[in-house]
Design a protein around this ligand. Sequence first.
Ligand SMILES: Cc1ncc(COP(=O)(O)O)c(C=O)c1O
Length: 369
Amino acid sequence: MTHEREYSGDYPDKTLYIPGPTEVREDVIESMAQPMFGHRMDRMTDLYTTIVEDTKDFLGTDNEVMILTASGTEFWEASTLNLVDENILVPTCGSFSERHANVAERLGKSVDRLEYEWGQAVKPEDVREALETSDTDYDVVACVMNESSTGVRNPIEEVGDVVAEYPDTYFVVDAVSALGGDHVDIDAHGIDVIFASTQKAFAMPPGLAVCVVSDDAYERELEKDSASWYGGFQRALDYYDRKGQTHSTPAIPIMLAYRQQMKHMLDEGHAARARRHREMAEYTREWAREHFDLYPEAGYESQTVSCIENTQDIDVAATIEEVSERYDMVFSNGYGDIGEETFRIGHMGEHTVESIRTLTDAIEDVADL
Ligand SMILES: Cc1ncc(COP(=O)(O)O)c(C=O)c1O
């Protein structure tokens, strides 16, 4: 049992290189410190419509956007409740995709897994085969874009093109740790639902989840009476249509931060932001290959999280601790079963190649590489 400890408020600032939360700009943090206002006031309409439309602009999508006070986990549940009558196919290739499958099971759905070993990427031809050969009519194929536990970037565009050949099957993408840092043409690949959390590549504080919903997914929910209430696509999007607000009281300060950060993201642009992330990823991979190895299957490495194989057998936990103590920088151990076998560097949000280099220099120093 965990006992209460005292929160002293006296903690040194640490630069975050974990796979989220990540660094948030000063002006974005400051934008939250404002007197509260009501969620049914005109000011709220101005704020919410601004962040929704800015998000569509940034992502270059004609689909609808909903921003909910929740973390990304909410959309595992909501997309399942909204779209899955009975059957869902979930390619699993790490902890988060497995959790997505577990959530659907917990909600009473019949879940088929297309299982990959950790570190392997989902292959579109396997999804095609599963759809072609199965006797089951799947309501949804749900695929993680960026498996944060293994640092694998799945080819969701190609998977989406395959699923698009099955008009009664909806395609749901968990892009929690990728969207905002890895370019995806949402409308071109039949992606019905794609969602992210604000604390990852959007570089905002945690507390909001963003979900992009196709017209088909919106309509599909019409047929269902067991859809999610809180994460119901129709409830959220209809409310937006009528009032320009959210259906329940949102985390207003984080929406203020969202507005401020969106200005930066629009200034940079989706493609340029993705390019900067690619450069950070390439730098990190090169460094990893020089000193260690990469955990993901070659050619499928993530653009936002590098999962590095601990080929030198360094004491990962002790290295993380010492880098934190001496340099006030924090990176991550491996996830679950690969905790000591790997470690992870989050290169997302507002980081640059330069800021990533300061971390890798610190690791080299501490681990004596
Ligand atoms: C790929 C992926 N999916 C889902 C989640 C859950 O997101 P959240 O913690 O915002 O609910 C995470 C969290 O790290 C993730 O990396």
